[in-house]
Design a protein around this ligand. Structure first.
Ligand SMILES: [Zn+2]
Length: 86
């Protein structure tokens, strides 16, 4: 019943991972690792990505249901070059 799973969320068509919040297209910089005991084996982890704005609301959604396991920072998007700064 166990199927191979990709190690991370699939990239979207723009080539980067986006926030899992509905309608949000921001870069996901937080990985919310969760598990639904009714659906998943205990060592299974589902991953939602969240931008800074949605990290709290998504993690609260999961933690209220007892699903949230870990939150990992997956890294900020590449920053703009600042060579021409003041
Ligand atoms: Zn978002």
């Amino acid at each position: 019943m166990l199927f191979p799973q990709p190690s991370g969320p699939p990239p979207d068509d723009a080539g980067h991972a986006v926030c899992s919040a509905r309608g949000c297209r921001a870069h996901g910089v937080w990985a919310l690792r969760w598990n639904n005991p009714k659906l998943h084996t205990p060592d299974r982890r589902k991953t939602w990505l969240a931008c800074d704005e949605h990290r709290t609301s998504l993690s609260e959604f999961l933690s209220l249901r007892g699903f949230l396991r870990e939150v990992d920072e997956v890294g900020a998007p590449p920053s703009e070059p600042t060579d021409d700064g003041p």
